[in-house]
Design a protein around this ligand. Structure first.
Ligand code: NAP
Ligand code: MG
Length: 505
């Protein structure tokens, strides 16, 4: 029986979600549910209330080994990439997308409970985009081709084969739990790989539910495996395991560097989608009404817990006060509340006590170094004191060299800084070790194209912010990562190319 209680301000928890939470949360390996061999578990909590949601199996190195063997056995048997036709694989992936849609209300509640985000956002953004991602890559299974190459040797036929890399260890963060997993799983599957997913310790629930949908769709056992657990144990063991051919990682720059070091011994393929400190530039000629709303949500969307958060805001000096006033008015209207409350808020809590402390530490550093907040700057108390809520915060009097202007905060905090001319702001925007996204607001076509070409980032947004699409490549310059996910670029990440020479003459 489910002993969990929820605040009475919550929307009704679906019976399927109650049952799921009350069930046993095991590892999903080779098509079977099993506890960690050590019996270890950890807790996942609701960051809106700080209350326990479920005990989750904590995979250790020995469990990783079992999972890698299972995934390898499936891969080596060819059950997925050889015995099914590309079209059959595509149909299964499409079916998974249908099941995600069918179970969308459940998945949305699981992500909202685990991560704290408003359930309407999970329902309208995270879950449909995840389903869409699987649909897009379902179409790719029949389109992964090699080439015939006109080599300079008489009597020789040369062609390429594009093959799956093998067993992929996919390690994802907590900010969009289902969606970040989908970004990696879908192309890896389409390319014919077997997968071991390691969700973030803060948000394991939707990954486990997804495993049920894989079962229901009828994937061969061992194609998709889930290892819940900690980065330092389960994640590190996956990265080091010689049976893993490729690691796909989304997370922080610090962990990415550890992963690169730990993957060196086996020289496995690694792709990295990392953080950012994305510059968002508002020129005086912009549609200011649009720019003010756009810049507000560029930072506060998902509570700033987006790798592409527009966290360095450069405003041309003659409109600086006007834009700041507009953004403060917007921010003042943002309703912060529990992700599952009936009266849906715009923003939930940050994901954990640890994240709360990190973000509040940045805010403190901002004040200590001479910054001022024009709005926000505090933890939210009152009825929300048990959760990890932070006011949307706008800092001014910030210098480029200050910690809050340089380092990724991953919380609802933006630094607003004035600039005078285009050359100056271009230089300042690019002066960062990151390069995930950058944006500008202008009506001038020349400026738009010049900045699109000269800003050092994997994604440029002009008069918009935050758009992504399964078909459009996404990833980072500089320390924001290696490789591109989405689009046809992700197929390259999850395939090897083989060159075949046949003597014909
Ligand atoms: P994180 O600490 O780097 O963790 C990400 C994942 O890596 C988690 O599953 C984590 O496990 C695991 N991990 C930790 N240490 C590991 C190790 N030594 N070996 C292998 N795996 C390990 O990042 P986070 O705090 O969860 O997420 C926030 C970061 O992700 C931000 O920097 C953000 O910018 C970035 N992000 C980037 C993108 C993108 O597409 N570029 C998208 C979303 C987020 P645990 O859960 O146990 O720590
Ligand atoms: Mg949680």
């Amino acid at each position: 029986m489910n002993m969990l209680t929820f605040p009475d301000t919550y929307v009704e928890i679906l019976p399927e979600v109650r049952d799921f939470l009350a069930g046993k949360h095991q590892l999903y390996i080779g098509g079977r549910w099993q506890s960690a061999l050590s019996g270890a578990t950890f807790e996942t909590i609701d960051p809106s209330t700080g209350r326990l949601l479920a005990h989750i199996a904590s995979a250790q190195a020995e469990d990783v080994d079992v999972a890698v063997r299972a995934a390898r056995a499936t891969f080596d048997s060819g059950a997925w990439h050889l015995k099914l036709t590309p079209s059959e694989r595509g149909k299964l992936i499409w079916k998974l997308a249908d099941l995600i849609e069918e179970h969308a209300p459940i998945l949305a509640q699981l992500d909202a409970l685990d991560n704290g985000k408003p359930v309407t956002k999970a329902r309208n953004v995270d879950v449909p985009l995840s389903a869409e991602h699987f649909r897009y890559y379902a179409g790719w299974t029949t389109k992964i081709e090699g080439a015939t190459i006109p080599v300079n040797t008489q009597g020789m036929f040369n062609y390429t084969l594009r093959e799956p890399v093998g067993v992929c260890g996919l390690i994802v963060p907590w900010n969009y739990p289902l969606l970040m997993a989908a970004w990696k799983i879908a192309p890896a599957l389409a390319a014919g790989n077997c997968i071991i997913l390691k969700p973030a310790e803060q948000t394991p629930l939707s990954a486990l539910y997804l495993a049920r949908l894989f079962e229901e769709a009828g994937f061969p056992p061992g194609v998709f495996n889930v290892l819940t657990g900690f980065g330092e144990t389960a994640g590190a063991a996956l990265v080091a395991h010689p049976g893993i051919n490729k690691v796909g990682f989304t997370g922080s720059v610090g962990v990415a560097k550890t992963i690169l070091r730990n993957s060196a011994d086996t020289l496995k393929r690694v792709s990295l989608e990392l953080g950012g400190k994305s510059p968002n530039i508002i020129f005086a000629d912009a549609d200011l009404e649009q720019a003010v709303v756009g810049a507000t949500w560029a930072i506060f969307g998902n509570n700033g817990q987006s790798c592409t958060a527009g966290s360095r805001l450069y405003i041309q000096r003659n409109i600086y006060d006007r834009v700041l006033t507009g953004m403060s008015d917007q921010a003042a209207k943002i309703r912060v509340g529990m992700g599952m409350q009936i009266d849906q808020p715009d923003l939930g809590p940050v994901v954990s006590q640890e994240q709360l402390e990190t973000v509040m530490g940045f805010i403190e550093a901002g004040y200590n170094h001479g910054g001022k907040s024009v709005i926000g700057g505090k933890r939210v108390g009152g009825a929300l004191a048990q959760g990890y809520f932070i006011e949307p915060t706008i800092f001014v009097d910030v210098q480029d060299h200050m910690k809050i202007a340089r380092e990724e905060i991953f919380g609802p905090v933006v630094c607003a800084m004035p600039f005078d001319d285009a050359d100056e702001v271009l230089r300042r925007a690019n002066e960062t070790p990151y390069g995930l996204a950058a944006g500008l607001w202008t009506r001038d076509l020349q400026t738009a194209h010049r900045f699109a070409a000269q800003m050092q980032a994997g994604t440029i947004w002009v008069n918009t912010w935050g758009d992504t699409d399964a078909a459009s490549p996404f990833g980072g310059y500089k320390q924001s990562g290696h490789g591109r996910e989405m689009g046809k670029e992700a197929i390259d990440l999850y395939t090897e190319v083989k060159s075949v020479w046949i003597k014909t003459g």
